[in-house]
Write a protein that binds this ligand. Sequence first.
Ligand SMILES: [Zn+2]
Ligand SMILES: [Zn+2]
Length: 329
Amino acid sequence: MKGLRMLGGGRVAVETFPDPEPAQGGALVRIQASGLCGSELHGYRADHAQSANAGHEAMGVVVETRGTAHLKVGDRVGLHAVWGCGKCDWCAQGRYTWCQSKLGPSPFHAEYVAAPEHVLLPLADDISDPVGVLLSGDGLGVPWHAQTRLKTAPGDLVVIVGCGPIGLGNTLVQADAGAEVIAVELTDYRLGLARQMGAAHTVNPDQEDAVEAVARIAAGRQVRACIEAVGKPETLRLCLKLVGLGGTVMAVGEQPATPVDISEELIRRDITLMGSWFFHFREFADMAAAYRAGLAVDRLVTHTFALDDGDRAFAEFAAGRTGKAMLTP
Ligand SMILES: [Zn+2]
Ligand SMILES: [Zn+2]
């Protein structure tokens, strides 16, 4: 089968990989749509090639089963990116991200993937292919799970730093929850997308000082939460400056080790610094219900590319010229 491989140095190749075979209790899924994630840009820009293909947000159609309990050929499914063992107490609760015996998932930017049944999310007919990717991957999953922890309320002032797909998803979820969102981002194109997702204000730190701009917009109100969706120490530090007294900094972008002045930045201002990883498998039903109730998830997708165009897809995505981009193998 064909799949993408990151060669490093901003290059991506279409290569041939062995056809996967489903294990007992698993299914072979023909990938229909596979989303590009900002976390893949670390491998994209690395100085060496990645050993396997890439991708961890996808949906497809079951083309073969081996002793599955419920799934059958022809079912449309989303693929959860974190494959819990399926046997421990956390997995029984649908919290695969907390499983201590995770299975290594097969990457998804390919024509096929073989997966155990318990990581596959059946998609109803009213969920389109791109929306299926967003509901079963980072696209909505990360912002959704972050909000289950943040619990912002209508009228809360929320700053979102970084408007790649995850920042845009957070903008969508926070605006839907009634928060007044200030989006902070370096490209005007993505600030425009943030407006479409419901941001009330936008700030481009290339054009004005972000701390001064947010203070002007807040006009004396406290920033209740600041969501870090870039994954760089400097933007985490910016969030700690922007958040109001008693507020929360939520880190959702993968970060290198970053020093924090516990006394000055957290204790004396009653700040909560919080992390949130992916989403719990069991939250899928709530996300699907929110989509059906009108959460405009489909607005997040701005570009679609053929798998053979993977090189161009990553170049456009890495340059900040797309919102959520999808490959269609
Ligand atoms: Zn991701
Ligand atoms: Zn487990």
